[in-house]
Design a protein around this ligand. Structure first.
Ligand SMILES: [Zn+2]
Length: 236
Protein backbone atom coordinates (compact mmCIF):
# COMPACT_ATOMS: atom_id res chain seq x y z
CA UNK A 1 0.00 0.00 0.00
CA UNK A 2 1.30 3.46 -0.83
CA UNK A 3 2.03 5.96 1.94
CA UNK A 4 -0.91 8.11 0.86
CA UNK A 5 -3.36 5.21 0.94
CA UNK A 6 -1.99 4.16 4.31
CA UNK A 7 -2.62 7.64 5.73
CA UNK A 8 -6.14 7.73 4.33
CA UNK A 9 -6.95 4.32 5.74
CA UNK A 10 -5.39 5.19 9.08
CA UNK A 11 -7.68 8.21 9.30
CA UNK A 12 -10.70 6.12 8.30
CA UNK A 13 -9.90 3.63 11.08
CA UNK A 14 -9.34 6.37 13.64
CA UNK A 15 -12.72 7.89 12.82
CA UNK A 16 -14.39 4.49 13.10
CA UNK A 17 -12.63 3.82 16.40
CA UNK A 18 -13.77 7.15 17.75
CA UNK A 19 -17.37 6.49 16.72
CA UNK A 20 -17.34 2.96 18.14
CA UNK A 21 -15.86 4.08 21.47
CA UNK A 22 -18.47 6.77 21.79
CA UNK A 23 -21.19 4.28 20.97
CA UNK A 24 -19.85 1.93 23.62
CA UNK A 25 -20.14 4.74 26.17
CA UNK A 26 -23.68 5.58 25.10
CA UNK A 27 -25.39 2.28 24.39
CA UNK A 28 -29.08 2.95 23.72
CA UNK A 29 -29.94 -0.12 25.82
CA UNK A 30 -28.35 1.46 28.89
CA UNK A 31 -30.57 4.55 28.72
CA UNK A 32 -33.60 2.33 28.21
CA UNK A 33 -32.56 0.17 31.17
CA UNK A 34 -32.32 3.22 33.40
CA UNK A 35 -35.83 4.23 32.36
CA UNK A 36 -37.23 0.77 33.09
CA UNK A 37 -35.47 0.56 36.46
CA UNK A 38 -36.99 3.87 37.48
CA UNK A 39 -40.42 2.61 36.52
CA UNK A 40 -39.77 -0.63 38.39
CA UNK A 41 -38.92 1.25 41.59
CA UNK A 42 -42.10 3.31 41.23
CA UNK A 43 -44.23 0.19 40.81
CA UNK A 44 -42.52 -1.44 43.79
CA UNK A 45 -43.66 1.60 45.77
CA UNK A 46 -47.20 0.98 44.54
CA UNK A 47 -47.00 -2.62 45.81
CA UNK A 48 -46.35 -1.31 49.32
CA UNK A 49 -49.18 1.21 48.96
CA UNK A 50 -51.71 -1.42 47.86
CA UNK A 51 -50.57 -3.80 50.58
CA UNK A 52 -51.24 -1.16 53.23
CA UNK A 53 -54.64 -0.37 51.71
CA UNK A 54 -55.59 -4.04 51.66
CA UNK A 55 -54.51 -4.50 55.30
CA UNK A 56 -56.69 -1.55 56.31
CA UNK A 57 -59.76 -3.08 54.67
CA UNK A 58 -59.02 -6.48 56.20
CA UNK A 59 -58.84 -4.88 59.64
CA UNK A 60 -62.14 -3.09 58.93
CA UNK A 61 -63.71 -6.45 58.08
CA UNK A 62 -62.44 -8.03 61.30
CA UNK A 63 -63.88 -5.13 63.28
CA UNK A 64 -67.24 -5.60 61.56
CA UNK A 65 -67.18 -9.29 62.57
CA UNK A 66 -66.56 -8.32 66.19
CA UNK A 67 -69.31 -5.72 66.08
CA UNK A 68 -71.70 -8.29 64.66
CA UNK A 69 -70.76 -10.82 67.34
CA UNK A 70 -71.29 -8.21 70.08
CA UNK A 71 -74.73 -7.37 68.66
CA UNK A 72 -75.74 -11.04 68.62
CA UNK A 73 -74.56 -11.38 72.20
CA UNK A 74 -76.63 -8.33 73.07
CA UNK A 75 -79.72 -9.87 71.48
CA UNK A 76 -79.18 -13.13 73.37
CA UNK A 77 -78.82 -11.27 76.63
CA UNK A 78 -81.91 -9.13 76.07
CA UNK A 79 -83.98 -12.23 75.28
CA UNK A 80 -82.67 -14.14 78.25
CA UNK A 81 -83.32 -11.40 80.76
CA UNK A 82 -86.84 -10.47 79.75
CA UNK A 83 -89.79 -11.58 81.87
CA UNK A 84 -92.21 -12.80 79.22
CA UNK A 85 -95.13 -12.39 81.63
CA UNK A 86 -94.48 -8.72 82.05
CA UNK A 87 -96.24 -6.89 79.22
CA UNK A 88 -94.13 -3.76 79.51
CA UNK A 89 -90.88 -5.76 79.42
CA UNK A 90 -92.07 -7.65 76.33
CA UNK A 91 -92.89 -4.36 74.67
CA UNK A 92 -89.47 -2.99 75.60
CA UNK A 93 -87.81 -6.10 74.17
CA UNK A 94 -89.44 -5.49 70.80
CA UNK A 95 -88.01 -1.98 70.69
CA UNK A 96 -84.59 -3.23 71.75
CA UNK A 97 -84.60 -6.02 69.15
CA UNK A 98 -85.61 -3.63 66.37
CA UNK A 99 -82.74 -1.35 67.42
CA UNK A 100 -80.32 -4.31 67.24
CA UNK A 101 -81.69 -5.26 63.82
CA UNK A 102 -80.96 -1.76 62.49
CA UNK A 103 -77.41 -1.99 63.84
CA UNK A 104 -76.97 -5.40 62.21
CA UNK A 105 -78.19 -3.96 58.90
CA UNK A 106 -75.61 -1.21 59.22
CA UNK A 107 -72.86 -3.80 59.80
CA UNK A 108 -73.99 -5.73 56.71
CA UNK A 109 -74.01 -2.55 54.61
CA UNK A 110 -70.49 -1.61 55.71
CA UNK A 111 -69.31 -5.16 55.07
CA UNK A 112 -70.59 -5.08 51.47
CA UNK A 113 -68.80 -1.77 50.95
CA UNK A 114 -65.58 -3.15 52.40
CA UNK A 115 -65.75 -6.23 50.17
CA UNK A 116 -66.22 -4.04 47.09
CA UNK A 117 -63.22 -1.97 48.11
CA UNK A 118 -61.22 -5.14 48.69
CA UNK A 119 -61.97 -6.57 45.23
CA UNK A 120 -60.91 -3.32 43.54
CA UNK A 121 -57.63 -3.34 45.46
CA UNK A 122 -57.05 -7.02 44.66
CA UNK A 123 -57.68 -6.42 40.95
CA UNK A 124 -55.25 -3.49 40.98
CA UNK A 125 -52.70 -5.59 42.80
CA UNK A 126 -53.03 -8.35 40.18
CA UNK A 127 -52.53 -5.86 37.32
CA UNK A 128 -49.57 -4.37 39.15
CA UNK A 129 -47.97 -7.80 39.58
CA UNK A 130 -48.35 -8.50 35.85
CA UNK A 131 -46.76 -5.15 35.00
CA UNK A 132 -43.89 -5.80 37.39
CA UNK A 133 -43.27 -9.16 35.77
CA UNK A 134 -43.26 -7.56 32.31
CA UNK A 135 -40.72 -4.96 33.44
CA UNK A 136 -38.54 -7.59 35.10
CA UNK A 137 -38.54 -9.61 31.87
CA UNK A 138 -37.74 -6.51 29.82
CA UNK A 139 -34.86 -5.61 32.15
CA UNK A 140 -33.37 -9.09 31.81
CA UNK A 141 -33.74 -9.01 28.01
CA UNK A 142 -32.29 -5.50 27.72
CA UNK A 143 -29.34 -6.41 29.93
CA UNK A 144 -28.53 -9.39 27.70
CA UNK A 145 -28.97 -7.25 24.60
CA UNK A 146 -26.70 -4.53 26.00
CA UNK A 147 -24.03 -7.10 26.83
CA UNK A 148 -24.11 -8.62 23.33
CA UNK A 149 -24.08 -5.17 21.75
CA UNK A 150 -21.11 -4.09 23.89
CA UNK A 151 -19.19 -7.28 23.11
CA UNK A 152 -19.77 -6.78 19.37
CA UNK A 153 -18.58 -3.18 19.47
CA UNK A 154 -15.60 -4.07 21.65
CA UNK A 155 -14.46 -6.81 19.28
CA UNK A 156 -14.72 -4.39 16.34
CA UNK A 157 -12.65 -1.90 18.35
CA UNK A 158 -10.01 -4.54 19.17
CA UNK A 159 -9.76 -5.56 15.53
CA UNK A 160 -9.39 -1.96 14.36
CA UNK A 161 -6.85 -1.17 17.10
CA UNK A 162 -4.63 -4.01 15.84
CA UNK A 163 -5.02 -2.89 12.24
CA UNK A 164 -4.31 0.69 13.22
CA UNK A 165 -1.12 -0.25 15.08
CA UNK A 166 0.14 -2.12 12.00
CA UNK A 167 -0.61 0.76 9.66
CA UNK A 168 0.92 3.30 12.00
CA UNK A 169 4.10 1.28 12.42
CA UNK A 170 4.49 1.03 8.67
CA UNK A 171 4.67 4.83 8.42
CA UNK A 172 7.89 6.81 8.55
CA UNK A 173 8.10 8.11 12.19
CA UNK A 174 8.21 11.74 11.07
CA UNK A 175 5.08 11.28 9.00
CA UNK A 176 3.46 9.42 11.86
CA UNK A 177 4.12 12.37 14.13
CA UNK A 178 2.84 14.81 11.47
CA UNK A 179 -0.36 12.78 11.24
CA UNK A 180 -0.78 12.73 15.03
CA UNK A 181 -0.24 16.49 15.33
CA UNK A 182 -2.57 17.29 12.44
CA UNK A 183 -5.18 14.93 13.80
CA UNK A 184 -5.16 16.78 17.10
CA UNK A 185 -5.20 20.16 15.38
CA UNK A 186 -7.96 19.37 12.90
CA UNK A 187 -10.24 17.35 15.16
CA UNK A 188 -9.40 13.95 13.66
CA UNK A 189 -9.77 15.15 10.08
CA UNK A 190 -6.06 15.47 9.33
CA UNK A 191 -5.77 14.00 5.87
CA UNK A 192 -7.53 15.03 2.70
CA UNK A 193 -7.34 13.64 -0.77
CA UNK A 194 -6.93 15.71 -3.88
CA UNK A 195 -9.81 14.97 -6.21
CA UNK A 196 -9.18 16.61 -9.55
CA UNK A 197 -8.13 20.06 -8.36
CA UNK A 198 -10.29 20.07 -5.21
CA UNK A 199 -9.10 18.78 -1.82
CA UNK A 200 -11.70 16.48 -0.26
CA UNK A 201 -12.13 18.27 3.10
CA UNK A 202 -11.59 22.01 2.68
CA UNK A 203 -13.01 21.91 -0.87
CA UNK A 204 -10.97 24.99 -1.97
CA UNK A 205 -10.31 24.75 -5.71
CA UNK A 206 -6.59 24.87 -6.31
CA UNK A 207 -5.21 27.41 -8.79
CA UNK A 208 -3.46 26.12 -11.89
CA UNK A 209 -0.13 27.46 -10.56
CA UNK A 210 -0.52 25.39 -7.39
CA UNK A 211 -1.53 22.43 -9.47
CA UNK A 212 1.61 22.57 -11.57
CA UNK A 213 3.71 22.79 -8.36
CA UNK A 214 1.92 19.78 -7.01
CA UNK A 215 2.58 17.78 -10.14
CA UNK A 216 6.19 17.46 -8.95
CA UNK A 217 5.32 17.05 -5.28
CA UNK A 218 5.40 13.82 -3.27
CA UNK A 219 2.33 11.66 -2.87
CA UNK A 220 1.81 13.25 0.56
CA UNK A 221 2.11 17.00 0.78
CA UNK A 222 0.37 19.87 2.56
CA UNK A 223 -2.79 21.59 1.37
CA UNK A 224 -1.88 25.23 0.54
CA UNK A 225 -5.23 26.40 1.93
CA UNK A 226 -6.04 24.52 5.11
CA UNK A 227 -2.59 22.98 5.74
CA UNK A 228 -3.90 19.49 6.29
CA UNK A 229 -1.88 16.59 4.97
CA UNK A 230 -2.93 16.19 1.37
CA UNK A 231 -2.65 12.92 -0.50
CA UNK A 232 -2.26 12.96 -4.25
CA UNK A 233 -2.91 9.46 -5.44
CA UNK A 234 -1.47 8.55 -8.84
CA UNK A 235 -4.18 8.71 -11.49
CA UNK A 236 -5.75 5.35 -12.10
ZN1 LIG B 1 -7.25 21.77 2.29
Amino acid sequence: MSVGSTLLELQEIDLTLMRDKEQLQNLPEIAELARRRKLYIKLKGDVTKYFAQRKDVEIDLQELDSREQALHNGIEKARREVDMDDYRQVQQLEITLSDFAKKLDRVEFERTEAHQKLSIIQADEATLKQNLKKIEDAIVALTKQARTHAVDIQSAIDKNERKRAQLFESLDPALGKAYKDASKRFGHLAVEKLEGNVPSICRMTLQSSSMSDLRHANEVTECPYCHRLMVILPEE
